[in-house]
Design a binder for this molecule. Structure first.
Ligand code: C5P
Length: 219
């Protein structure tokens, strides 16, 4: 058995950018590396939690973390709903694609010279919002918001709209932080506390601050 402030707690974390297939060889994705999600998994293990990381890549191996490898948003959605049932906490750190191609072509799409190619996209499920709708009084839900403008205003809206308990906002318009960086600067919004600003710090340090807040809320 594990020891620590989160011993006996199950925490489900998403990480990475989802991939939406266009055909057997191509997909739509985004710039997320998954580093923030992996840092959160590390910080949760350090406090003794049972951690399930639903991730689109297995770039980093974290001792003690159960990894569920997924690709598309729909895969991630199914895995998260399955794992959340008996979990204490959900943290959505993945960069989830809001849209996917209406259908993935069965065969490789061929070039037709001189012609434009139009790809029709349809909306994906919003995993965080759905988990927020389903959570019980005892479960905590934490989201992330990567914004390039009006960061706090949008983040506050997201906290409410997605029925989250905590929302971690970061400004991805600045350099040295956010996507694929080792560092981040964030503001943590909670329903019942003043916002907490964390200046430029390694992602693992930010992850430990977030996990400390979660442990306090669960206690
Ligand atoms: O709505 P937006 O994408 O800006 O919100 C970001 C938060 O919502 C992140 O925590 C992300 O993991 C989550 N999200 C999700 N499913 C989606 C879109 C976003 O879980 N389809």
């Amino acid at each position: 058995a594990r020891i620590g402030r989160l011993a006996g707690r199950k925490i489900v974390i998403t990480a990475g950018g989802t991939r939406e297939a266009l055909d057997p060889v191509r997909y739509l994705t985004n710039r997320s590396s998954g580093k923030m999600g992996f840092a959160l998994a590390q910080a949760a293990v350090e406090l003794g939690a049972d951690v399930v990381l639903v991730t689109t890549n297995s770039r980093y191996k974290i001792y003690g973390v159960r990894e569920v490898l997924v690709s598309s948003t729909r895969d991630m959605h199914a895995a998260v709903l399955h794992e959340f049932d008996n979990a204490d906490v959900f943290i959505g750190a993945a960069a989830v694609s809001d849209y996917r191609p209406v259908e993935a072509a069965k065969d490789k799409i061929k070039k037709k010279s001189g012609e434009n190619l139009t790809i029709k996209l349809m909306q994906n499920p919003d995993i965080l919002a759905e988990v927020g709708r389903h959570k019980t009084m005892k479960q905590l839900v934490v989201g992330f918001a990567a914004e390039t403008q009006n960061v706090l205003e949008y983040a506050r809206k997201k906290l409410i709209q997605k029925n989250a308990d905590m929302l971690v906002a970061n400004d991805v318009s600045t350099t040295n932080s956010g996507f694929d960086s080792e560092n981040n600067r964030v503001t943590i919004l909670s329903r019942d506390e003043d916002p907490e600003i964390i200046s430029l710090s390694p992602k693992i340090a930010i992850a430990r601050s977030i996990m400390d807040k979660i442990a306090k809320k669960l206690a």
